[in-house]
Write a protein that binds this ligand. Structure first.
Ligand code: HEC
Ligand code: HEC
Length: 226
């Protein structure tokens, strides 16, 4: 009995060490395979060009899913389709393990942003008011937490978490500290059904009800979430 137990616990110890070793191998293999991504996605997945998404700290299952979508053409982008075409499932898994193990960098607060609030008064005259960064962040924060009941925009917090960390088991992406310019672009793509690779089309259903102002508010807010 004792011998069996010992053998069992040794076997357990061996499996967990070997899976840790395997994870380490995958991360180092991923680092090498991600060399060609640096020019756009930056060192360790922290891109410095605001229209190229950061990949650092992103959940592996989400990265793999997007790479597969670029490869099959379900998500369309000329730059990424060509790159994903050359990646095997093993490559995608290694690259995803590598990026997931990096830390996402923080963004610098912009001094001003181009967001205008369009209000119609009783006479139907539209008054366009340029918003300060503080107003934009406050509106974005409100939308993130509470959604917009009147217009049936779901609260982002429900799926992307209180800190924008996403939901790893569900494969919902981390969206904190992402570049605002990329977020505005991709939310607009969801809105216009240009990006529609998720089967339930959840993000299209949500973004299509958002105004461009709301997309900008929430994107700047997300870019500042750490
Ligand atoms: C020439 C520039 C370029 C290179 C090189 C490049 N990418 Fe991209 N990548 C982009 C752009 C632009 C997007 C955004 C596409 C869009 O808007 O749909 C993107 C998007 C992605 C996304 C989706 C991110 C998200 O948050 O949804 C992943 C994952 C990704 N790239 C992985 C890679 C990997 C892995 C490599 C290297 C093997 C790589 N990319 C190389 C430009 C590039
Ligand atoms: C019901 C769950 C759910 C809710 C609520 C939700 N999302 Fe998402 N979101 C998702 C899923 C799932 C994806 C991944 C879609 C895919 O695979 O293409 C996603 C993707 C995204 C992306 C793309 C991330 C990237 O790196 O490209 C952004 C940005 C985003 N959501 C923002 C928001 C915002 C802002 C709100 C609130 C207005 C919101 N989401 C509400 C489930 C949700």
């Amino acid at each position: 009995m004792k011998k069996q137990l010992l053998a069992f616990s040794l076997a357990l110890a061996f499996t967990s060490t070997s899976s840790i070793l395997h994870a380490q191998d995958s991360i180092s293999a991923g680092k090498e395979k991600a060399a060609s991504c640096i020019s756009c996605h930056g060192d360790q997945g922290n891109s410095i060009v605001s229209t190229f998404p950061k990949l650092a700290e992103q959940h592996p299952s989400y990265i793999i899913k997007q790479l597969q979508a670029f490869k099959t053409g379900a998500r369309k982008n000329p730059m990424m389709s060509a790159i994903a075409a050359g990646l095997s499932t093993d490559d995608m898994e290694d690259i995803a393990a590598y990026y997931a193990a990096q830390d996402i960098s923080a963004n610098v607060l912009p001094s001003q942003v181009d967001v205008a609030n369009e209000d119609e008064d009783e006479e139907g005259i539209t008054d366009t008011k340029k918003l300060t960064i503080e107003e934009v962040l406050a509106q974005g924060s409100d939308l993130y937490r509470n959604g917009d009941l009147k217009r049936e925009v779901s609260a982002c917090i429900a799926c992307h978490g209180p800190l924008g960390e996403g939901n790893k088991p569900a494969g919902f992406p981390m969206i904190k500290s992402q570049h605002a310019d990329y977020l505005i672009q991709t939310l607009t793509d969801f809105k216009n059904d240009v990006r529609s690779n998720n089967p339930e089309n959840m993000m299209h259903m949500i973004a299509r009800k958002m105004t461009i102002e709301e997309i900008k508010d929430v994107s700047y807010r997300l870019s500042m979430m750490k």
